[in-house]
Design a protein around this ligand. Structure first.
Ligand code: GCU
Length: 339
């Protein structure tokens, strides 16, 4: 069958036909399926490439009994919808950004704060350490029927604008800054003095173009692959957050797999995660070149000022012992803390 259905209409048909496939199976008995995966990135994005390779691995290792169809570009909906589809089992998997999960369980805030991770290495160590994240990743199984398998980095996020460089938070005063849809992200924009405008990723190009927003924040890879540099050509390295995407999978689907096939799924995912980090570094370099060639300018700024403005959010948003336990364990895994 076609591995890439790209229209929403085709996706709708597929979903209709799909809904019944796995949830009805007895645990541990399912010997093959097509796993549909919702992604909001383009086919050139490292996440798409790594996920596609994971699917190939599954096919090879199971003689084609299992495969993964990645639907890019929000074909199956923006992340909030995709999460709902994974919950009800009409789509098996999705990549969703940290703030989306924070809306379901506030413990995820511990991994979404600007002060949680120093860099990608630190982040990857923490988010694949079961002693730190084991309970957290299972925490939505009962309530939402999906399991978190792990994460892909979003690298360091910085601010870019339609109007000029942002050297200090004062340059954002009164400007409409698009943020991801969560309370913490709104508070982040406000702490930087901006007027926060939560919006889905796929709406942002038009939002910047039409002046609904004046600025956004993301990594270089999204900046270039979404072509935001065409409408917001001023990038400033505020490096205010090392962001995280999660891979979520329908819990009934996961439980339906035989133990052997589940082991193949896990091995393939581990390989995909490792590949993603390498792809990421290269894609970041390429993205800067693409954006510069398209007229963007990249400004070095004193990122400590942004860190200082956002640091108080930890005390404000971490309100329970469980949240602090995750945050403290994450910080303890920093090489800076190790000294
Ligand atoms: C990054 C991230 C996405 C997220 C997006 C956003 O691109 O990888 O998962 O949706 O930022 O800002 O919305």
């Amino acid at each position: 069958m076609s591995r890439r259905l790209t229209t929403a209409a085709a996706a709708g048909l597929t979903l209709g036909a799909l809904a019944a496939c796995s949830a009805s199976l007895e645990p541990g008995t399912n010997e093959g399926d097509v796993l549909h995966l919702a992604l909001n990135q383009t086919e050139s994005h490292p996440s798409y490439i790594a996920l596609d390779a994971w699917g190939e691995y599954m096919e090879e290792q199971t003689d084609g009994r299992w495969s993964i169809d990645v639907y890019p570009n929000e074909t199956l909906g923006a992340q909030a919808e995709a999460m709902q589809l994974v919950s009800d089992g009409s789509v098996e998997m999705a990549i969703v950004s940290g703030p989306q999960l924070e809306n379901l369980n506030r413990d995820f805030i511990a991994l979404n704060l600007p002060t949680t991770f120093d860099d990608i290495d630190h982040q990857m160590r923490v988010v694949h350490d079961p002693a730190i994240v084991g309970d957290l990743y299972a925490s939505l199984e009962e309530t939402n029927n999906f399991t978190v398998l792990g994460g892909f980095t979003q690298g360091a996020r910085s601010v870019y604008t339609t109007f000029g460089p942002v050297e200090t938070p004062e340059d954002l005063a009164g400007q409409k800054l698009r943020v991801q849809e969560s309370e913490l992200n709104v508070a982040m924009a406000q702490a930087l003095g901006a007027s926060a405008t939560p919006m889905a990723y796929g709406e942002l190009y038009t939002g910047l173009q039409s002046g609904v927003v004046d600025a956004a924040e993301n990594n270089e890879v999204s900046y270039a692959s979404q072509r935001h540099f065409e409408v917001a050509p001023h990038w400033s390295y505020t490096n205010h957050l090392v962001g995280l995407d999660y891979l979520i999978i329908n819990t009934d689907m996961l439980a339906s797999m035989t133990a052997e096939d589940r082991a193949v799924l896990d091995e393939g995912w581990e390989l995909a995660r490792a590949e993603h980090v390498d792809l990421w570094l290269q894609a970041t370099e390429d993205a800067v070149a693409t954006a510069e060639a398209g007229g963007a300018t990249f400004h070095e700024v004193d990122d400590q000022v942004f860190f200082d403005a956002l640091e108080p959010l930890a005390d404000r948003f971490l309100t329970t012992d469980d949240q602090w336990a995750i945050y403290d364990a994450a910080r303890a895994a920093s090489t800076e803390s190790a000294g």
